[in-house]
Design a protein around this ligand. Structure first.
Ligand code: FES
Length: 150
């Protein structure tokens, strides 16, 4: 487990967090390379089922980040996303995904350093949790059942 490198998928809004992550790069701030960024127009457009798909496809952790409250470029998209997150968290408990594998944050276009800290902290938290294998274990059992029961 010492050489475990967590795979993190970040769902971010275009106008704040994506620009903030870009600033991290242009400011030459170093941070963990474990993150793959998926850009959305707004956090309000993020379908939270995509988070489950990320886990199903091998992610060990997920970041969701957008504009700070009252800074959303579509006015209330981030409030809608936050409300959906509150409901989605209960679904996580049901599915058995540890909610510590998902980091929710606000990062503005001027917060390149915050983005780096967020990614580094998430990588360390997920590293401590270990690889996410529950989905694959369950999928494997389901396939075994199909094979044995025809
Ligand atoms: Fe950034 Fe809505 S545009 S959260």
């Amino acid at each position: 487990m010492a050489d475990f490198e967590p795979k993190i998928v970040a769902f971010v809004c275009n106008w704040c967090t994506y620009a903030g992550a870009d600033l991290t790069g242009t400011s030459r701030i170093k941070y963990a390379p474990n993150v793959k960024i998926i850009r959305f127009p707004c956090t309000g457009r993020i379908d939270f089922m995509l988070l489950l798909k990320a886990f199903a496809n091998g992610a060990d952790g997920v970041i969701v980040s957008g504009c700070h409250p009252n800074d959303c470029h579509y006015s209330t998209g981030n409030f809608h996303a936050r409300r959906r997150w509150m409901v989605f968290r209960r679904l996580l408990e049901f599915t058995g995904i540890d909610s510590r594998r998902i980091t929710w944050s606000w990062v503005s276009a001027a917060e390149g350093a915050k983005w780096a800290q967020l990614v580094n902290a998430t990588v360390e938290e997920v590293r401590a949790l270990g690889p996410y294998k529950a989905y694959h274990d369950l999928a494997g059992k389901a396939t075994e059942k199909e094979v044995t029961h025809g």
